[in-house]
Design a protein around this ligand. Structure first.
Ligand code: C2E
Ligand code: CA
Ligand code: CA
Ligand code: CA
Length: 278
């Protein structure tokens, strides 16, 4: 894109252009990342707040770029969403997560696998059939698979998201509402979703110890979730103090650096195998 030559664009912003160029390059690389095997799933455990046993592992995408090194999903996922690449990437994530979870199941491990589903994916009509095919391919029960969908996407209430939720319900997939508390939930909509879990956003966890306000907000979000019969998971738990407060507020499960950072599948497997079995 050349905006210098024409003379019509007098508001030329060199910084903007550099960002755009940068993004274009990144998108081109991202297009090839799957084929070149540069994408990898890391996993982070969710643990039961009482027993601290692993209940599930959330798949988090990692991109090892040959020259730039590690590129954060917070950077490339939004980019992939805007360029339609999230379809191919999302399909790869679903299949890879099922492959790994199928392996865990074969080892006798009981934890679920949780996969982040983007707004773009929710609006595609083949999302749930694809999940179903991946589950079949890797001999996994639907109840072993959790779809993490952000609150703002879940509240969209379009034909596409409606259909996806209906199919998820019919199949018996687990649904978790991610980043809860950051969107604007209608309680009526929330209750109508096939979700069984709410994940309290890290924003409400991070300054729990320091801020009275943060504690009241967290307590009311958790109270609301429990009143509506959701299982409540807190994300971004980094300190023992946060952990203690969240347990007292009634959180069912916890996730965060205090327990484990996101780790490669093989490490996740070792962690789970090392647990005492019930
Ligand atoms: P998210 O789903 O809310 O995931 C939680 C993020 O918080 C992850 O960042 C995780 O590494 C980080 N985290 C976990 N525990 C802690 C903690 O104790 N402290 C702090 N400071 N951070 C913690 P990550 O892996 O960089 O992912 C960022 C976001 O990218 C995710 O947010 C999710 O929205 C998106 N994402 C990641 N993988 C995928 C994917 O496969 N598909 C889609 N659609 N989105 C993905
Ligand atoms: Ca998530
Ligand atoms: Ca989250
Ligand atoms: Ca988040």
């Amino acid at each position: 894109v050349s905006r210098q030559g024409g003379g019509d664009y007098c508001l030329y912003d060199p910084q903007m252009s550099a960002d755009l160029r940068e993004q274009t390059l990144l998108v081109a690389d991202l297009r090839q990342a799957i084929d070149k095997g540069q994408l990898e799933l890391y996993f982070q455990p969710k643990v039961d707040a009482k027993t601290l046993h692993i209940t599930a592992a959330e798949a988090l995408l990692r991109w090892h770029h040959p020259e730039r090194g590690y590129v954060s999903p917070a950077v490339f996922i939004p980019l992939a969403e805007r360029n339609g690449l999230i379809g191919a990437i999302g399909n790869w994530v679903i299949d890879e997560a099922c492959r790994v979870a199928g392996h865990w199941r074969a080892l006798g491990l009981r934890m679920r696998v949780a996969v982040n589903i983007s707004g773009y994916q929710m609006r595609q009509d083949d999302l749930v059939p694809r999940i179903e095919a991946a589950l079949t391919r890797h001999q996994l029960q639907p109840a072993r698979f959790t779809c993490e969908i952000t609150e703002s996407v879940a509240m969209e209430d379009t034909k596409g998201t409606q259909r996806a939720f209906d199919q998820m319900r019919a199949m018996g997939l687990h649904v978790s509402i991610d980043d809860f508390g950051t969107g604007y939930s209608s309680l009526a909509t929330l209750r109508s979703l096939p979700a069984s879990e709410l994940k309290v956003d890290r924003a409400f966890v991070s300054d729990l110890a320091e801020s009275e306000d943060a504690r009241s907000i967290a307590a009311s979000i958790i109270g609301l979730a429990k009143a509506l019969n959701f299982k409540v998971v807190a994300e971004g738990v980094e300190t023992q103090q946060q952990c203690d407060l969240l347990m007292r507020m009634g959180c069912d499960e916890l996730q965060g650096y205090l327990f484990s950072r996101p780790i490669p599948a093989a490490e996740m497997e070792r962690l789970a195998l090392a647990e005492p079995s019930e």
